[in-house]
Design a protein around this ligand. Structure first.
Ligand code: NI
Ligand code: MN
Length: 226
């Protein structure tokens, strides 16, 4: 899989021939000014919850790319009212699509859509096919439920976890989360976008190193292969 970081919690991931876009928040993110917004053309847009810093650009990208939204029933219904199609699911469910399986897993956070509409429970995603599996945690606290992931999904190649603290778990908890999901390689997200979630890269790296794990603190517009 090829992963491109577009800032905050937004990743464009090439997986088994399809382009998946997670939690697009680009035009509202001053750190993502260099991202070529008009070039983003996914097949699917996966939304972990309804907060603006995760859904802000979903309508414009979906309208021009015809990408389908994958999220909870409530979030997909909200987009459908605005003419955007999607695949409504809910926590615990999985579905096979052309690129592989999508399974919605628990996340501990809150969720409301930009106009105040109820955004249902937030979710994380496990995405897998025969040759690869990754976990996109979304905005979440550390939760014991993460221990279920190795029991219900293939072994993870990479876990994309929030590390910025304050609104989600911080890097110390992300180390435990990586242990819970049994994944040695973490890609961090949800850091540095706002002052409250600024991180010290060296501190984060050395904490992971001491725990015997690898963390990639991604740079915006950079591409990574797993
Ligand atoms: Ni949030
Ligand atoms: Mn957030």
């Amino acid at each position: 899989m090829e992963l491109k970081y577009l800032g905050h919690s937004c990743f464009q991931i090439q997986f088994n021939g399809k382009t998946l876009l997670f939690d697009p928040f680009i035009t509202g993110n001053p750190l993502a000014k260099e991202v070529r917004f008009d070039d983003i053309c996914p097949d699917y847009i996966l939304l972990s919850h309804g907060h603006g810093d995760h859904v802000m650009d979903a309508i414009s990208i979906a309208s021009r790319s015809k990408a389908l939204i994958i999220s909870t029933y409530e979030i997909v219904s909200w987009f459908e009212k605005q003419g955007i199609s999607g695949i409504p699911m809910n926590t615990g469910g999985k579905k096979q699509l052309e690129f592989g399986w999508v399974k919605l897993v628990n996340a501990i956070h809150s969720s409301v859509l930009p106009d105040g509409t109820y955004g249902a429970n937030p979710v994380g995603f496990c995405i897998y096919h025969e040759n690869g599996c990754f976990y996109y945690a979304g905005d979440t606290a550390l939760t014991m439920d993460m221990q279920l992931i190795p029991k219900i999904c293939p072994p993870l190649d990479v876990a994309i976890l929030p590390i910025g603290d304050h609104f989600t778990m911080g890097y110390e908890d992300a180390i435990l989360a990586a242990q819970f999901v049994q994944c040695q390689h973490v890609v961090g997200c949800h850091f540095n976008t706002f002052p409250a979630i600024e991180i010290d890269n060296e501190k984060v790296r050395s904490a992971f190193e001491q725990a015997g794990m690898k963390i990639t603190i991604p740079s915006i517009n950079e591409q990574y292969s797993f």
